[in-house]
Ligand binder design. Structure first.
Ligand SMILES: Nc1nc2c(c(=O)[nH]1)N[C@H]1C(S)=C(S)[C@@H](COP(=O)(O)OP(=O)(O)OC[C@H]3O[C@@H](n4cnc5c(N)ncnc54)[C@H](O)[C@@H]3O)O[C@H]1N2
Ligand code: MOO
Length: 401
């Protein structure tokens, strides 16, 4: 079977992926969710003309000539306004956020006032009419369109939604991704390892990739290298309502690579298997009803690079979020040999130098090496059949951090 080019693989993976149905969530639970529809203000903010400062509410005409002596006839605080009316030569002590009393038009900050005997002040600095008053609706007015569908609910957006008076909000459903590791040799982190055993590291990183784009993760643990063992965890994922099932390992051609068999046994229709990419060639994609099945290669770097390239965009799409890989132009800090037919993702260190981003590929690129991946802050993307490149040649980077 011909290897599927990376852009085509991504296109096929995303072909019919749409935002999941909307749901209501309480505002306390809504951080990092994505608005399913535009949001309109249910109220006006501020709902009244409000003082922006601590000071005195005055009639501007009274302070036209300075110093101006005024009599303080009451107090207006936030949540407790002054009900009376303010006449000539009078002022009201006022605090930030308090409703501005009737018939005053200016707030003088207290730093510009001398307090005389009890109940009397003298305004000593000039100001402008209307100063320090926030007019009703300065922030927004009832019915205003405040946020668009697709907006991620970050700190500012959440406070705005609350201020607009929504106790809950309609957001795109959150994709659930089930992770199934496969391999008799695997044990969870913290285990005492016997001969031939290693830690199932991939699940942790793949889960983190999924969470980066707002997905919920169900880690189903490790299946043994038996079709029935993999199938049992796949059934668990289906029963849990997963939107995507990610298998780790068992995607290649060895005798123990049972993932394809187990998934098709459960009803998966294969879309493609094996792509023109290094690392990540054995990547598999299929559909089990509406569930997307992604078979990630077992080699740790291949697993994570495939997560970055395919899993993240898919989950982002299902979760209704914009997601684009952070691609940048750079120059090479070391020569690179010609590439063959696979798109190559080469771990590299990228540093800014004299206004240029310089990417230096690591010498060893074995796809089992997590330490080198953690050291890398970028992947140099080498097109299939790219020619040998000298130091200083232009290159494209996929930034990792
Ligand atoms: N004859 C061929 N052999 C291989 C090919 C090939 O085309 N022809 N492809 C190679 C490539 S590329 C990769 S990548 C690996 C991927 O194979 P599998 O997906 O079948 O992975 P496994 O055989 O199960 O494991 C490979 C390697 O990764 C370790 N592993 C597996 N799962 C985990 C995990 N959850 N955490 C950490 N490490 C894991 C496993 O122990 C193996 O060392 O196949 C090549 N072979
Ligand atoms: O995907 Mo494999 O990692 O190319 O070695």
């Amino acid at each position: 079977m011909a290897l599927v080019p990376v852009p085509e693989a991504l296109e096929r993976l995303l072909a019919d992926a749409q935002a999941l149905p909307a749901e209501n969530v309480a505002l306390h639970e809504a951080f990092d969710r994505v608005l399913a529809e535009p949001l309109f203000a249910l109220r006006t903010q501020p709902p009244f003309d409000a003082s922006a400062m601590d000071g005195y509410a005055v009639r501007f005409a009274d302070i036209a000539t300075l110093p101006a002596r005024l009599t303080v006839i009451g107090t207006a605080a936030a949540g407790r306004g002054f009900d009376g009316s303010v006449g000539n030569g009078q002022a009201v002590r006022i605090f930030t956020g308090a409703p501005v009393p009737q018939s005053v038009d200016t707030i003088v900050i207290q730093e510009n006032v001398r307090v005389l005997a009890e109940g009397h002040i003298e305004v000593v600095e000039p100001t402008r009419q209307g100063r320090n008053i926030r007019l009703a609706g300065l922030d927004f007015t009832e019915g205003d369109r405040l946020l668009e569908a697709g907006r991620r609910l970050d700190a500012a957006a959440l406070s705005l939604v609350a201020s607009a008076n929504y106790p809950s909000v309609r957001v795109v459903g959150r994709p659930l991704v089930a992770i199934v590791a496969t391999g008799d040799e695997l044990l969870p982190a913290g285990s005492t390892l016997g001969p031939g055993q290693i830690i199932s590291s991939n699940a942790y990183g793949v889960a983190a990739s999924a969470r980066t784009v707002g997905a919920e993760v169900l880690d189903l643990g490790i299946a043994a290298d038996r079709k029935e063992s993999v199938a049992a965890l796949v059934r668990k994922a289906v029963a849990a309502g997963a939107n995507a099932i990610v298998t780790l390992g068992g995607a290649s051609v060895g005798d123990l690579d049972l993932v394809h068999e187990a998934l098709t046994g459960e009803g998966m229709t294969l879309d493609f298997w094996k792509i023109a990419m290094r690392p990540g060639k054995p990547f598999m994609f299929g559909r089990l009803g509406a569930i997307r099945c992604l078979g990630l290669p077992g080699n740790p770097v291949a697993s994570l690079v495939c997560s970055e390239l395919f899993l993240k965009p898919l989950l982002a799409r299902l979760g209704g979020r914009d997601y684009r890989h952070d691609m940048r132009d750079a120059i090479l800090g070391a020569a690179m040999p010609a590439n063959e037919h696979r798109q190559d993702y080469v771990r590299a260190a990228a540093v800014q130098s004299d206004n240029k981003l310089v990417a230096t590929p690591f010498g060893v690129q074995d796809s089992s090496m997590l330490r080198k991946l953690a050291d890398a802050n970028a992947l140099i993307v080498r097109e299939p059949f790219a020619e040998a490149s000298e130091v200083g040649a232009a290159c494209r980077l996929l930034m990792l951090r």
